[in-house]
Design a binder for this molecule. Sequence first.
Ligand code: FAD
Length: 373
Amino acid sequence: MKIIVIGSGIVGASTAYHLARKGAEVIIIDKQHEGQATAAGAGIVCPWISRVDDQDFYTLAKGGACYYPSLVSQLEEDGECNLGYGLVGALAVSNDEEELNIIEQKVRARQKENPEVGEIRRLSAEEARQLFPPLREDLQAVHVTGAARVDGRLLRDALIRGAEKHGAHSYTGIAKLEIKNEKVIGAYVNDEFISADAVVITAGAWAPELLSPLGIDIPVEPQRGQIVHLQLPDQDTSKWPVILPQSSHYLVSFDDSRVVVGATRETGSGFDYRVTAAGLKEVLHEALHVAPGLSEGTLQEVRIGFRPAGQDILPYLGPIPTLKGIVIANGLGASGLTMGPYVGSLAANLAMGEDTEIDITAYNPLRNRLNVN
Ligand code: FAD
């Protein structure tokens, strides 16, 4: 079976990898747009402390977190070991004991269903600072050991190389779909036509540009995120846990003396690829408020990414009944590095005409349109 994957952020890279491992003939097309969400993503993989209560959202988020160890070993089999993935744990931090009680209760309930949550412990402010030294002195924590972080760029590249080792071919350029008799028959890239039995659309926030001309309305919009990388010379940050304050901001540490702090969530931003004064101020203010010990860090880089934000909290995953051969995987919003590898594996099942291990009805790509009618 010959399958084209359009867009190779985390979702497309994972889709291509799983398809190639199944023996499909895979073509990957990516335009390398500035602001790819995957290239900017912080990399937190921790559905356990999430404040979102939607069951269908949680199914994909926990499925994503639980799938990581299996994906890591598949990639290892293919000689891909450099992913920046680490089970470093997370600290939900607050100076309000009651707030931490509620978080602890919720995580303990999730632990009953999913042992992957790991151990849960309450930490005093001093114990919390032993694990993450820059932390503010009055912040206590709920420590959850089953949280992870991953480097989105490294994982994306490993998946693409892995797919290529299994025979996939990559093209750089903008893809345009070719339809005949209400069925997709392939795509054009750089004026070259490539035929296919199926096409998986993993084009992130840019998907409407590709699909609207065909009358397919997937209501995804770019939501800009500005995120800062701080270098802490001579500090071993490799085992520092993810820090989750009680806001949409966070701190994530990597092996190379680097702490990533973010991020803005700018709904309605459009594809405006800029670092703004207000965005940078917000990110640094929030980070230093929670971890004043980071104030001497070197500001190494600011990244900009456009999250593919749908009309509600759920991703769009599934076929389009009126256009045979198309599979949509999109709208992963702020959780794509958690869910993306797993969603990609499900999209590969769908493109191959296989059953999926979970019921995907709730993720119907046309559900928002159905609600309106
Ligand atoms: P993208 O990564 O945006 O990839 C889409 C690709 O499609 C692009 O490369 C683009 O060039 C290509 N494309 C589009 N149209 C075409 C076309 N017509 N032809 C060819 N190519 C095309 N998630 C978490 O789980 N944890 C986090 O900690 C986290 N932090 C984040 C922090 C920030 C600042 C941001 C921005 C996001 C964060 N996310 C996080 C969310 C996550 O990064 C995204 O949900 C995820 O990367 C989306 O992946 P994607 O593959 O759908 O889209």
